[in-house]
Design a protein around this ligand. Structure first.
Ligand SMILES: Cc1cc2nc3c(=O)[nH]c(=O)nc-3n(C[C@H](O)[C@H](O)[C@H](O)COP(=O)(O)OP(=O)(O)OC[C@H]3O[C@@H](n4cnc5c(N)ncnc54)[C@H](O)[C@@H]3O)c2cc1C
Length: 415
């Protein structure tokens, strides 16, 4: 048995990292202040795609911001209290819209997203839950055929996905409703991104992988980390009601990570970018794929727990109360996507995407703090990026060399 590693955060990133490390015989402890997989990894839209390789910051995005904020779909919101943090973050975000930066980010994203389906399939082997992942297309549903055609031919989104190998196809009204019979009549055309997968339950996949890790000797403790400090070449992890010691420590606490690192003098521009979902447990209708309403930027997907509609981007304090208007709005939007939807007994959830201004996570060791590793900041893509992130971090912890260029995830890039 080699060194002990403690992972703070049992979201999908922490769990995949624990599994990869356990497979290499590390002695791993994973801690979470809550039950496992109850953060962003619980309620996301379930998209697992090798082709999600476009960062949020793209050329010309500023032109869309007024519509995203004040248009009828209310995609983007910010609360005033966040402005002091959001302004510098936003400046950095817009710097990242330069074409050469987008190109670099796409390449980096493809390192993490490219193998996502294969790695999930490997991880799920032996869990008896291999069927929690299913092949799917990404159906980008448009209200106008002309707009869909125009986007298909000109938008950077599809240009970039094609460049990285995705099969992308425009379809008209008839084919769209043949593909998704439950889809509402407002949608007249779609652009399909093929060769993807979707989680039928992100939470259940996370728990299946955690159970696999536990069977390999990983331990899980429900404990809230309050403080970490280095003493006698060990990391001392002070939790609310107990403490742990560990040779290596991995911070994988998603949107909470930077707050936990600040006492060590590590300052990073991470925003908690809130998203919401509404889930309908007895929907009475089903979708075959991940369907995005391209105007509302929400994704609907049939899961084992019901039909889930997820989206929105809200920059607010991580502890702020949920915006109650979102449930009604998402329910209305869901009814447009699937008009026959039974909306009774719906549940309402919110979670936080850990978002850096360049859409890329931090993966690696902090030079200033030996034995302290980061794997957080996976923003909109953490479900699909988690397995490869876990593999890369395990390589780094093990001191194994590989030939991938992982400099884009460097822990020093914001200093
Ligand atoms: C609405 C929405 C839709 C999304 N859709 C997709 C999608 O379709 N595909 C995709 O790839 N990504 C999607 N994402 C993004 C994805 O969900 C996240 O990037 C991912 O879940 C981040 O995983 P994580 O493990 O880093 O964080 P989390 O899942 O948030 O886990 C962090 C964990 O750290 C724990 N923690 C925090 N503080 C402490 C502490 N002090 N001590 C101990 N533990 C602590 C928390 O309790 C939590 O369990 C979506 C996100 C949202 C909000």
């Amino acid at each position: 048995m080699s060194e002990t590693v403690t992972i703070v955060g049992a979201g999908m990133v922490g769990i995949c990292t624990a599994l990869s490390l356990a497979e290499r015989n590390f002695k791993v402890r994973i801690i979470d202040k809550n039950a496992p997989a109850q953060g962003a990894s619980y309620g996301n839209a379930g998209i697992i795609s090798p082709w999600s390789i476009l960062p949020q910051a793209v050329p010309g995005i500023w032109k869309n911001i007024p519509n995203l904020m004040f248009g009828r779909h209310q995609v983007l919101k910010t609360r005033m209290s966040q402005l002091p943090k959001l302004v510098p973050w936003g400046i950095e975000f817009f710097r990242n819209t330069a074409p050469e930066k987008v190109e670099r980010a796409s390449e980096a994203m493809s390192i993490l997203c490219g193998p996502s389906i294969d790695l999930y399939r490997q991880h799920l082997v032996g869990t008896k839950h291999e069927d929690f992942l299913t092949e799917a297309w990404y159906v980008h549903a448009f209200r106008s055929e002309d707009t869909a055609r125009n986007w298909d031919e000109n938008a950077i989104d599809y240009r970039q996905r094609r460049k990285f190998g995705a099969e992308v196809e425009f379809i008209g009204d008839k084919d769209l409703h043949r593909l998704e019979p439950a889809l509402g009549p407002d949608f007249k055309a779609a652009v399909l991104v093929k060769g993807q997968a979707r989680a039928k339950s992100p939470e259940k996949i996370a728990l299946a992988l955690l159970n696999k890790a536990l069977s390999l000797g990983v331990t899980f403790d429900q404990a809230e980390m309050l403080e970490i400090r280095r003493e006698n070449d060990l990391w001392h992890i002070q939790c609310k009601d107990r403490s742990f010691e560990s040779e290596k420590l991995v911070m994988a606490a998603g949107a909470w990570s930077t707050k936990l690192l600040e006492p060590l003098g590590i300052k990073l521009p991470l925003m908690a970018e809130r998203g919401y979902h509404v889930q309908f447990p007895n929907p009475g209708v089903a979708l075959n794929n991940s369907v995005m309403d391209i105007d509302a930027k929400i994704v609907a997907s049939s899961m084992t727990e019901g039909l889930r509609v997820a989206g929105a981007s809200e920059f607010c304090n991580i502890n702020a109360k949920a915006d109650p208007k979102r449930q009604a709005l998402l329910t209305k939007q869901a009814k447009t996507i699937v008009p026959d939807l039974n909306t009774e007994d719906a549940s309402f959830w919110h979670g936080h995407r850990p978002s850096f201004p360049d859409s890329l996570p931090l993966i690696g060791e902090f030079d200033t703090h030996p034995g302290l590793f980061a794997s957080f900041g996976h923003s909109h893509y953490g479900l699909m990026m988690a397995p490869k992130s876990g593999e890369i971090l395990s390589d780094l912890i093990e001191g194994r060399k590989h030939n991938l260029d992982i400099s884009a995830f460097n822990t020093k890039r914001f200093s």
